[in-house]
Write a protein that binds this ligand. Structure first.
Ligand SMILES: [Cu+2]
Length: 180
């Protein structure tokens, strides 16, 4: 019993820790930041849910690679000429500080074209989830779905009290009939 519950508790703890401190993502997981076509970085990113406060770690050999944060336009055209920021330590940690699309590529010739680029969408952890249009509707509909059942469960009590009121009125009127 206790064993069965512990994975759930762990998941809740992980979720809570993620909200409090931000998750750390190693880009490309154990393959790191590479141009060898080992990782489809956007496929890698699509399996993650990035939030503001989360951290990306780029690990690579800085003799061959770097990390450039670029505009959407430069990302699309693999243009390393006007980066927003350049990282070249070989182990770069970048915190997603606002809800936005972040674009990264390797500035080494040909590497971006070979697939060494990634697009990261960072969202606000909780408020953003409630801001997105569809979310409040599904959360509201279970409440709506529940109201008929709650009305159903409350209706016998309502009938009972009506019955009780009827009985009370009958008894009162009988008593009054006796008195007058
Ligand atoms: Cu590279």
């Amino acid at each position: 019993m206790a064993l069965g519950k512990s994975p759930l508790i762990c998941l809740v703890m992980i979720a809570l820790c993620g909200v409090c401190f931000g998750a750390v993502y190693r880009v490309g997981d154990f393959s790191g930041w590479s141009s060898r076509g080992l990782v489809d970085y956007n496929e890698w990113a699509s399996t993650k849910d990035f939030h503001v406060g989360d951290t990306l770690t780029f690990s690579y050999n800085n003799q061959f690679h770097n990390v450039m944060q670029v505009t959407n336009e430069d990302y699309e055209s693999c243009n390393p000429a006007s980066p927003i920021a350049v990282y070249a330590s070989g182990s770069d940690t970048i915190t997603l500080e606002r809800p936005d699309n972040f674009y990264f590529l390797c500035g080494a010739p040909g590497h971006c074209q070979a697939g060494q680029r990634v697009e990261i969408l960072a969202t606000l952890p909780t408020p953003d989830d409630s801001f997105t249009g569809p979310s409040p509707t599904p959360s509201a509909s279970p409440a709506d779905a529940m109201s008929p059942s709650s009305a159903l469960s409350s209706s016998p009590a309502l009938h009972f009290s009506k019955l009780g009121l009827g009985v009370t009125m009958f008894v009162l009127s009988t008593l009054l009939g006796f008195l007058f």
